[in-house]
Design a protein around this ligand. Structure first.
Ligand code: GDP
Length: 354
């Protein structure tokens, strides 16, 4: 049964995947995170509150009471920050999160304070989030890591997290066997440790295919692969290959581009058609989703294509010829239609069919 879809970012992360997952989650019984740790930051606006829900580790389907949100074996988890996140989400949503809504795999690896210290000391030149994620993956590869199921019981915070751990791998299997699963990728294609601009990458694989190995299901179960990209490009952390716009000339864009997790300013720049085409191909994208189209309204901007810089501008995300020419240029040169266009951070800010 092909009942698994995978959603990934096609750029450098921060594409707005969280709000897309939140919107799509209505169609699934389970949303599963398959990579990274609390270095991810997803922002979701709930229907009931003006306050955005900031998520680091918890999958973005958490607003939906009937969805099981699974933090899978390939993730790394800081137990204390997860506890704080659960409490923060419970405060925003106004109810307790039950084990039927959230599960933590006993095979996920734990981030301990020593890893955070190491991250702060060793990797400042890369601009990591300093959350201990790289050292945790390194310890895992070195076979000296600590898995949630092995050590959690010995820790003082065990009681709080244990209810989310016990039986969660079996619950995920139930959803794989008889539910509908959406795998949520963190970061983006150009941060993949093997396929991104090493060493300016994250410490895990971010490509769609990694969902299969990380969560443990057959390639035959995969149905759609959603590729999410922003109408422009952003980058946080070091990357000498990233082409930048002058932040002063694009002040209103620059001002909204701060990392959800770190609060760091992101560099902004043009989309590169060659990069996006690579992302589509390497992930096997079947449905393309564009976000933040509204942010470019009123700006003159460029796109990198075949060594040239092509200029565009539009005032509104609507049927106007200026907006359509940007969308059609992308669709034609990327070789596939854009399935959905997001025009704002709220749940219903979509322009589905033009
Ligand atoms: P993720 O890491 O890919 O999940 O991205 P984030 O959740 O960090 O998204 C970045 C920011 O973009 C968040 O503050 C979202 O609320 C916001 N966002 C997402 N889609 C849109 C959109 O279409 N328009 C605008 N203006 N903001 C958006």
């Amino acid at each position: 049964m092909r009942n698994v879809d995978i959603l990934v970012g096609l750029q450098h992360g921060d594409e707005g995947k969280g709000r897309v997952v939140d919107y799509f989650a209505f169609n699934y019984s389970c949303v599963a995170r398959f990579n990274g740790g609390p270095n991810a930051g997803h922002t979701v606006y709930t229907a009931s509150s003006d306050e955005p829900l900031k998520l680091n580790m918890i999958p973005s389907g958490i607003v939906h009471k009937n969805v099981f949100n699974y933090i899978g074996p390939g993730c790394v988890v800081d137990p204390l920050s997860l506890i704080l996140e659960i409490k923060r989400v419970e405060d925003t949503l106004g109810y307790k999160i039950k084990p039927s809504q959230l599960g933590l795999s006993e095979k996920a690896h734990l981030i301990i304070p020593e890893y955070v210290e190491k991250d702060c000391k060793n990797n400042s030149h890369l601009g990591t989030t300093k959350k201990g994620i790289g050292p945790c993956y390194a310890a895992k590869s070195d076979r000296v890591g600590m898995r949630v199921g092995d050590v959690l019981k010995k820790q003082p915070y065990a009681d709080f997290l244990e209810e989310y751990v016990v039986g969660s791998d079996d619950r995920f299997l139930d959803h794989l066997n008889s539910g509908e699963v959406l795998c949520e990728g963190a970061q983006g294609t150009f941060l993949d440790i093997d396929h991104g601009p090493y060493p300016y990458v994250t410490s895990s694989n971010t490509l769609a295919s990694h969902a299969c190995t990380s969560l443990g299901f057959s390639l035959h179960k995969v149905r759609d692969i959603f590729g999410v990209f922003k109408a422009y490009a952003t980058r946080v952390g070091q990357d000498p290959f990233f082409v930048k716009w002058d932040p002063e000339s694009y002040k209103s864009i620059s001002e909204i581009e701060f990392g959800t997790t770190t609060g760091r300013q992101r560099d902004i720049g043009p989309i590169s058609i060659a990069d996006l085409k690579y992302s589509i191909e390497v992930n096997g994208v079947t449905k393309l989703i564009m976000t933040k189209a509204d942010v470019l309204c009123g700006h003159k901007f460029n796109v990198l294509f075949n060594g040239d810089s092509i200029n565009f501008s539009y005032d509104k995300c609507d049927n106007s010829s200026k907006f359509l020419s940007y969308i059609q240029f992308l669709e034609f040169n990327l070789g596939m239609p854009i399935f959905n266009i997001s025009t704002g951070p709220n749940r219903l800010d979509w322009l589905s069919k033009i």
